[in-house]
Design a protein around this ligand. Sequence first.
Ligand code: NAD
Length: 501
Amino acid sequence: MSLPPSYSLSRPTLDFLARRHGHFIGGRWVPSASGETFRIHDPASGAEIGEVAAGGEPEIDAAVRTARAAFEGPWSSYTSHRRGEILWKLADLIQQNFQQLVELEVLDNGLPLPLAQYVCGMVVPEFFRYYAGWPTKIEGATLPAAPGGKLPGQHLSFTLREPLGVVGAITPWNAPLPITMLKVAPALATGCTMVLKPAELTPLTAMRLVELCQEAGVPDGVMNLVNGYGATAGAALAAHPGVDKIAFTGSTAVGRQIVKAAAGNLKKVTLELGGKSPVVVFDDADLAQVIPGIARACFFLQGQNCMAGTRLFVHERIHDQVVEGVAAVAKAFKPGPGLDPAHDFGPLISEKQRERVAGFVAAGVAEGAELVCGGKAPSRAGWFYEATVLTRTHDAMTPVANEIFGPVLCVQTFGDDDFDKVARSANSTIYGLSGSVWTRDLSKAIRMVGKIDSGQVAVNMHAALDPMMPFGGNKQSGWGREFGKEALDSYLKTKAVTLTW
Ligand code: NAD
């Protein structure tokens, strides 16, 4: 199948797509030992957009050994200043390759063009520039200790912060370039080396990023990439005894498998997993701000977003007005291929994902939810599904208790005396990633923020992200934090040193 004629792609994108994509090991592209490949598709049309080598144990093993050699070899002699310069240069290169990265990200994942432009032009370069400042600021401490009864003047005790070693990064398909960036930036800033296994549905921009790392001055073997399926390449990376840490983003179910696989050599693990974030709206909130805010919180990336605010708790006095307003926003979306700026609502990633979403909506309706809008696929090519609002839901309903990862908002109401009950409901899932509270009363807001068990909670907005703000999940939404200084800690180890004389 060929791409729709309305797509006008730049020459660098067409050239990139025409390649037979292999694995990036030791600074060059290599095919799979088995010769096996898989095909990737544009979710907005179903058209095939590339053929990619399917790696497994042999490629993972080669990449891990290469990363180890680079870690112990040339990369270890790079100064912190030089690593900072490389990260800065990488940000420049991302901006210079803006058009190609935008097109590849949209083709791979289906996101709307303005969002891809914002991500590739602002979010990703800013993130690398933030981390470019860190290598020169990673410091240990001098300690006023008395080891073995040594007196002051007889010793010097201090800590060194050292890179952890070889990091295996495994990423999902829902935000391919940003999530790859979350792993690559702290790894390079701290002096680690990496084997990256991108999602098999969306490998394009990660492949381009490792080339740009090389162009920015990262030496051969520091950034490696193995394409392939989770059960083969991903599992081999998670279990490999030569890997010191797995940085994983994906589903909670696979996160559990990663933990088991990592047990062999007790490698460190950070996990960014699923979410089912609550949105709590009090009746004094500014509805002009609330209605578009709630719609964005849930329908951003068609709900294929771990932070998505998919459970709405709205005060009963404003329920009808809010639901009507959000449904109007949902019905006004223009679904279609992201490369055409006339569209503002992309497809789901695959037919399988669309069936999964439809199954949750059907289950909710069968359990007594009321379908306000959406609930079906528009009649057009590609894996689109309408923005959907279900009301009259409760905590135990299938679409409320489970992460759908699609554009489905589940609405519940509360009354004047239900403050604690709402907080309990907000915390009633296995997840604890994000959340938001909407009210003009900041004392009420901060009391609710204190009760919501999530890694981040915003007031009068949803999903407040910034490179310096730690991001991660409580409960079964994850282990550890990405973004900011906290991410660096999980790529470093501390050595306590004592000099005596
Ligand atoms: P997924 O767990 O199916 O796959 C994620 C990655 O893991 C892919 O690269 C896949 O190939 C790999 N994988 C699959 N099985 C594996 C195994 N046995 N061993 C090793 N690797 C394996 O997730 P997905 O469907 O790609 O992404 C959607 C999920 O990601 C959602 O649950 C979403 O909430 C979550 N997510 C979380 C965050 C966050 O920051 N918390 C961000 C984005 C997405």
